[in-house]
Design a protein around this ligand. Structure first.
Ligand SMILES: [Fe+2]
Length: 471
């Protein structure tokens, strides 16, 4: 059993650790000094049966911290400790009473009192739900789901688990219990990528999510033609967020289950939504401004690439429905077989940043253009899209991969796609404190350096025109 102990006072810590050694030698106490470290420990080193909070913490309010930590990890006993005057002024009654086994421990610490109070708290972890929350499992019974896919709901009818290593999983979401996006974000920020569900439940979760997004998008697509997309109140962001959520889910379902009929329906719906919003808005700046600057991932890149393709082909005058559909499909599925979202910023195999990823991720990256291209076989009526996807990491002067295609041999379709994709990547990179317009100009400037050659020339000109017409 582990206890999370938060205090910046070394003398109290030393004294209390001695009491633990004497009375509870089997308990493991993880000592941290502040709120940030306690949240890190809770999400990565947990589960903890009991939390101990020093009431003299300078930078945190002990009651608020207790609330935050139990929000994050579920209800469990908290022992507040420190001088009586601090306990009385800084521990709110409502917090103290929020759990039957909560305790107040006053300085100077008495060994007997310490033992009695800690015993009550520790006993709770043995009798209640807590012990059941840590499972020793057969990993094969579980499937991972990207945490961001849980953004689609605020509660789920299943339990979700976090992999804490050594074949151990800890419950992070209880059945039908509400959770917040802020709760999920804590894990994403710690670079935790997946929660796990039991295999059958994973499939049910993904199928029901895909159905929900399909229905939502279909409602939007049948919106009355009277809806004014130029109106300042029209919520572009909500629609783009829906598309991004859909693309994220689609990539996950393809990898976990395969290309189901509902996946094909979702693909068509996502492509149709881009055209729908693009045709009615006719305003690239508003579309770009609706993209999230934080929390960027492969799904955000995919949807932005789709809008940039629409811009470029309209400017060239190639915007038939078939061409739009083809570039739409390429945009949505081209990076499906990359697992790590941070790889969206890497284009060539000699990029030194590639070494920062695991060997498995590097291998995935090398193979993803061809694996992605093979996916097109599952869709009918999309000839040429496999070429676009297989060539999407080609680069002028034969510096790309997998085939080192030169700028004269790259297909024009692929050239449009590559430029749209690169623009999306540059647009989404971390530019600090400058306007959308400036970001666009900077992105074009960078692209001109490499791409003003061969079959890239015309689409590059078209892209420049799209950006220029805004100014
Ligand atoms: Fe890619």
């Amino acid at each position: 059993m582990k206890i999370l102990y938060i205090s910046e006072n070394p003398e109290d810590t030393e004294h209390l650790l001695r009491l633990f050694k004497a009375h509870f030698p089997k308990v493991q106490v993880v000592v941290v000094k502040d709120e940030k470290a306690s949240i890190d420990a809770l999400t990565i080193d947990g589960p903890f049966g009991v939390l101990m909070i020093d009431v003299t913490l300078r930078l945190s309010d002990p009651s608020l911290l207790a609330e935050k930590l139990t929000d994050l990890s579920g209800s469990r006993p908290i022992v507040f400790f420190g001088p009586r005057s601090f306990v009385e002024s800084r521990v709110k009654d409502v917090i103290y009473q929020s759990h039957d086994a909560n305790q107040l421990l006053y300085r100077p610490y008495d060994g007997l009192e310490f033992k009695q109070k800690l015993e009550i708290a520790i006993k709770w972890t043995k009798t209640e739900d807590f012990e059941q929350s840590v499972l020793e499992v057969n990993r094969e019974d579980f499937l991972p789901i990207k945490i961001k896919n849980f953004y689609l709901y605020d509660s789920i009818p299943y339990e979700a688990f976090l992999d804490i290593g050594n074949e151990k999983f800890v419950k992070v979401l209880a059945k039908n219990k509400k959770y917040t996006q802020a709760f999920l974000r804590q894990y994403v920020q710690k670079d935790v990528k997946n929660f796990y569900l039991y295999k059958d439940e994973t499939i049910r979760f993904l199928e029901s999510a895909i159905l929900m997004i399909n229905e939502k998008i279909e409602r939007v697509l049948t919106l009355s033609t009277l809806t004014d997309y130029h109106d300042s109140n029209f919520n572009h962001k909500a629609l783009i967020d829906l598309q991004i959520g859909g693309a994220r889910l689609l990539q996950q379902v393809i990898k976990t289950i395969g290309v189901l009929d509902s996946v094909k329906r979702l693909t068509n719906n996502l492509i149709a939504t881009s055209m729908h919003l693009f045709d009615r808005t006719k305003d690239l700046t508003r579309i770009l401004a609706a993209f999230p600057y934080k929390d960027k991932d492969l799904a955000v890149h995919a949807i932005l690439t789709n809008y940039m393709c629409l811009e470029i082909i309209e400017s060239i005058g190639w915007d038939s429905k078939t061409t739009r559909d083809k570039l739409g499909l390429a945009s949505i599925i081209h990076d499906t077989f990359i697992s790590n979202d941070k790889m969206a910023a890497i284009y060539v195999l000699d990029d030194p940043a590639l070494k920062d990823f695991t060997e498995e991720e590097q291998e995935e990256f090398k193979n993803h253009p061809i694996k992605g291209a093979n996916l097109v076989n599952y869709y009918s009526g999309y000839s040429d899209v496999d070429f676009i996807i297989s060539q999407h990491h080609e680069n002028p002067h034969g510096k790309g991969f997998p085939n080192h295609v030169s700028s004269l041999k790259v297909t024009t379709f692929a050239a449009v796609f590559i430029l749209a994709n690169r623009f999306a990547c540059l647009f989404l990179s971390p530019w600090r404190g400058i306007s959308v317009h400036k970001i666009m100009k900077n992105a074009i400037k960078k692209l001109v350096v490499d791409f003003n050659v061969g079959n890239y020339k015309d689409p590059l000109k078209a892209l420049e025109k799209c950006v220029e017409k805004i100014f």
